[in-house]
Each structure stands twice: as structure tokens, then as C-alpha cells.
Design a protein around this ligand. Structure first.
Ligand code: NDP
Ligand code: 2IT
Length: 460
């Protein structure tokens, strides 16, 4: 650790050296975990001003502690496929930080899942959850299981085996998982059923994103996508702009994308493209969301099938090309690092006005620099996609109170939360002399809340 003077204010160069030292330790301790390194780097770079002004965070070893998960579980998930073959996947749960509440965060089922992916997502979740203003700590989990092409029976058996092990570590006051990529309403249902069978009691608050018929919250399904659009709408309004009459691109065609499209259209935008991991569709008249919902939420089909229903639309193989379509607003809602430097330059060349990150870490660090250098309004993931976990916290509150709120109640609360997140990110950015930089603002806002709680609770 760099030598630091015990005063309230430190020199920027000393703080930079200290932050760099801690970052080097992170890389050494977690070799080859590139996504995790990227997430830590983004947060650390934003924290220089707050660490310079408030050296208490340095003296209490907050950075060294916050990058180290409180607990990381990795486990075997054996299951039997439809042909009778035994298969084995690897499951994970990172219980990252419980300073402000029980661990909270989604589960991802995707072949790319590994320790680096789970840790980057869990690390980001700490700050995102703090930003929501709800009492929830940070966690994340998942498995390197590929749901594509699996039968319903295979999905159920895998999911039950996964929960058989995970159930030992979670609970409504300990750790509350939810969905993420590859984990939607169907999987949450199977996970909840298996947890209930093992526990022998109805602990509704152990998972969020449940069906509304058995303890789920109205509005949770829509919350992440709607929340992303609400956040971007706040950024636009501040500049005298709006969704109305704008052309929008939304990548992905899963839970976040579908409801981002729905809300953007409700606000008067035309959404001309969406995608999946195989390719993208372009419908210059505006895509038909009912068709996308039927293909993705009901039939679990590929987005390429869209053109069979709408021959006037185009399908293109590969996902990257979606960013070459001219648009006013781009909402990356698929996965990490889907916008690289070249894609960002292409968007800027086409005069994009705003980016809203519905996915987690969808822009590379280089892409973010391109957007900021060109004064593109940039809504970072931790702030822009926090609506999902916010409504998860509202689901927990309803479960605890044994009550259920109307869709309008939840949606109004979501709008208020997204506005608050926008205001606090904006305030922190201005306070630390980077007005309009919502990445720095969101990171500082989330960090100070968690760090202050950690200081109050001692070195644990
Ligand atoms: P879904 O599984 O419902 O949808 C994911 C979509 O992204 C699918 O269209 C999928 O295509 C596409 N996709 C996934 N992986 C890749 C890849 N490697 N390359 C290209 N496309 C890909 O997941 P969600 O909508 O829930 O999640 C999307 C993003 O939003 C993730 O980054 C997630 O972490 C984030 N998020 C989700 C929240 C939630 O509440 N669900 C909350 C906050 C953030 P295909 O079907 O071909 O795999
Ligand atoms: O990344 C996320 O915030 C989520 N996948 C949602 C987490 C949650 O607990 O609702």
C-alpha cells in the first residue's frame, strides 16, 4: 500500500498510486479474470476524487475489503438428460457484500459463466443495489449450463439439482436470488418449488421474480426494461429532448429488451431493431413487439423467425452489425462488452444522442471513452438497469408484509426510484467536478453508502 498521510485531504497523485497498487493486487489474486478486472477498474477510476477528499475510506481499508467477496461458493450440478446420460455443470454463488442488507442478485445460466463473470456481476451489484435506496447487499450466481435446445424436463431437472445445493446457503434474510440471462419465470418457478420442498415451509421471500400467482410482484417482469427507459428519459428531459419521435435500437430480445422496447414505444419512439446471440432483425417501420414476445417468451425460438411473420423486415447473421443502424438512442440490453470501440465510433458517426445500458457492462472501457469524449448522454448499467433489482426489493417487502400492490403502485414506485437514482448520480457527478458524468456519479453514490456502513460495522 502506498504511504498515506493521516489527514482528511490527500494529494491526487498519491491516491492514484494507492488505487493502482490495490488494483494490481486484484489482478494478482484473481489471474485471468478479465471481466472482473474490467468492472473493478471502472469503479476504482471513478473513486479517485472521493478518496482524495475523504481519506477515511483509505485508512479503513475499504478498497482492499470491498473487492474481496465475503463468501464465494462453487459446486457440482449433476443431472440426467432426456437420453439418460449423466451431465455435470458448475454452479456458483458469490455473496459479495452484506453491509447494507442481505445478499441480493440474479442467477445466470449461460455456457460462458465462470468465476470471472460471476464476480464482475456480483461486484457491480453491490453499488447498483446501494443506489436503489433499498436495504439490499450484493450477490450473484449461476451456472455454465446452456438452456438452448434443452427440453422442459431437462431444464427442470438441472434447475432442481442446482437448487438442491444452493438451498444450503440462501434464505429470505440471508441471500435472495432472482433471474438474469437464461433464468426467467419458468426457471424461477422450478427453483422456488425445489427450495420449498427441501425446506418444508413456504418462505416466499427467498427468491424474486416469482409468478404473480404465488408471491411474485406485479411489475417485476417489466421493471428492468421500463426502468432503463425511465432513466434515459430523465437524461433526455434535462437536455430538452425526449423519446417521442426518436429512432431507437435495442439489442437482445430477452426480458430486459422486450420491456425496454415496450416502454420506448409507449413514450412515442420507433424501435427499429433487436437481436439475439445469432443475429439481428431490422424493421424500418418499427418492430412488432407481439411477434417478438410470442417467439421469445412463449416459443423459445430464434429471432431470425421474425422475418417469417414480417417479410418486409430484414434478418442479418451476427450481432455486431446492429450498431451500424442509424439511431437517436441505443439501448444495449443483451450482454457484457457488446459495444466495443468500433461500434461506439459508428454510433457517434450516426449522431446517436443517448445510450442506456440495460445489460450489465455492455460497453467496453474504450467504448465508454468514445461516448464521453463526444458528449453522448450515457446512462451506465449500475444506474440505468437498477429498476429490476429495485422492484425485486419491493417484491421482498410485499412478501414480508403478506400483501400485494397493484401494477400502478409498483410502476409509480419504480418511476420514483429511477428518478432518485438519476438525481443522486447527477448530484455526485457535480459535487466531484465531473457534471454529466453519470458513471462517476453513480459509482461514487453507491460506494459511499456501502463504505460508510462498512466503517460503522468495524473490520469484519
Ligand atoms: P435473457 O436471457 O432474457 O435475454 C438475454 C438476451 O441477450 C437474449 O436475446 C440473448 O440471446 C442475448 N444474449 C445473451 N448472451 C449473448 C451473447 N453472448 N451475445 C449476444 N447476445 C446474447 O436475459 P435478460 O434480458 O434478463 O438479461 C439481459 C442483460 O440484462 C444481461 O446483461 C443481464 O445481466 C442484465 N440485467 C438483467 C436484469 C433482469 O432483471 N433480468 C436486471 C439488470 C440487468 P440468445 O437467446 O441467443 O442467448
Ligand atoms: O443484474 C441484476 O440487477 C439482475 N439480474 C436482477 C437482480 C435481482 O435480484 O432482481
Amino acid at each position: 500500500m502506498a504511504i498515506l498521510v493521516k489527514t482528511e485531504q490527500a494529494e491526487v497523485t498519491i491516491v492514484k498510486e494507492y488505487v493502482n497498487d490495490v488494483f494490481e493486487q486484484v489482478k494478482k489474486r484473481n489471474p485471468n479474470e478479465v471481466e472482473f478486472h474490467q468492472a473493478v477498474k471502472e469503479v476504482f477510476d471513478s473513486l479517485i476524487p472521493v478518496l482524495t477528499k475523504n481519506t477515511k475510506y483509505i485508512h479503513h481499508g475499504i478498497l482492499e475489503r470491498i473487492v474481496e467477496p465475503e463468501r464465494m461458493i462453487s459446486f457440482r450440478v449433476p443431472w440426467v438428460d432426456d437420453q439418460g446420460n449423466v451431465k455435470v455443470n458448475r454452479g456458483f454463488r458469490v455473496q459479495y457484500n452484506s453491509a447494507i442488507g442481505p445478499y441480493k442478485g440474479g442467477l445466470r445460466f449461460h455456457p460462458s459463466v465462470n468465476a470471472s463473470i460471476i464476480k464482475f456481476l456480483g461486484f457491480e451489484q453491490i453499488f447498483k443495489n446501494a443506489l436503489t435506496g433499498q436495504p439490499i447487499g450484493g450477490g450473484k450466481g449461476g451456472a455454465d449450463f446452456d438452456p438452448k435446445g434443452k427440453s422442459d424436463g431437462e431444464i427442470m431437472r438441472f434447475t432442481q439439482s442446482f437448487m438442491t445445493e444452493l438451498s444450503k446457503y440462501i434464505g429470505p434474510d440471508t441471500d435472495i436470488p432472482a433471474g438474469d440471462i437464461g433464468v426467467g419465470a419458468r426457471e424461477i418457478g422450478y427453483l422456488f418449488g425445489q427450495y420449498k420442498k427441501i425446506r418444508g415451509g413456504y418462505e416466499a421471500g427467498v427468491l424474486t421474480g416469482k409468478g404473480v400467482g404465488y408471491g411474485g410482484s406485479l411489475g417485476r417482469k417489466e421493471a428492468t426494461g421500463y426502468g432503463t427507459v425511465y432513466f434515459v428519459d430523465e437524461m433526455l428531459k434535462d437536455k430538452g429532448l425526449s423519446f417521442s419521435g426518436s429512432t431507437v435500437i435495442v439489442s437482445g430480445s430477452g426480458n430486459v429488451s422486450i420491456y425496454a422496447i415496450e416502454k420506448a414505444v409507449q413514450l412515442g419512439a420507433k424501435v427499429v431493431a433487436c437481436s439475439d446471440s445469432s443475429g439481428y432483425i431490422y424493421d424500418k417501420n418499427g418492430i412488432n413487439l407481439d411477434t417478438v414476445k410470442q417467439l421469445k417468451e412463449v416459443e423459445y425460438k430464434r429471432i431470425s423467425e421474425y422475418v417469417n411473420h414480417h417479410p418486409e423486415a430484414e434478418y442479418h447473421e451476427g450481432c455486431a452489425g446492429i450498431w451500424s443502424i442509424p439511431c437517436d438512442i441505443a439501448l444495449p440490453c443483451a450482454t457484457q462488452n457488446e459495444i466495443d470501440e468500433a461500434a461506439a465510433k459508428q454510433l457517434v458517426a450516426n449522431n446517436v444522442k443517448a445510450i442506456g445500458e440495460g445489460a450489465n457492462m455492455p460497453s467496453t472501457l474504450e467504448a465508454i471513452s468514445v461516448f464521453l469524449e463526444n458528449d453522448v448522454l450515457f446512462g451506465p448499467a449500475k444506474a440505468a438497469n437498477a429498476g429490476g433489482v429495485s422492484v425485486s426489493a419491493l417484491e421482498m417487502a410485499q412478501n414480508s408484509g403478506r400483501i400485494s400492490w397493484s401494477f400502478e403502485d409498483v410502476d409509480n414506485k419504480l418511476q420514483e426510484i429511477m428518478k432518485d437514482i438519476y438525481e443522486s448520480s447527477k448530484r455526485s457527478a457535480a459535487e466531484y467536478d465531473v457534471p454529466g458524468n453519470f458513471i462517476v456519479g453513480a459509482n461514487i453514490s453507491g460506494f459511499t453508502k456501502v463504505a460508510d456502513a462498512m466503517i460503522s460495522q468495524g473490520v469484519i
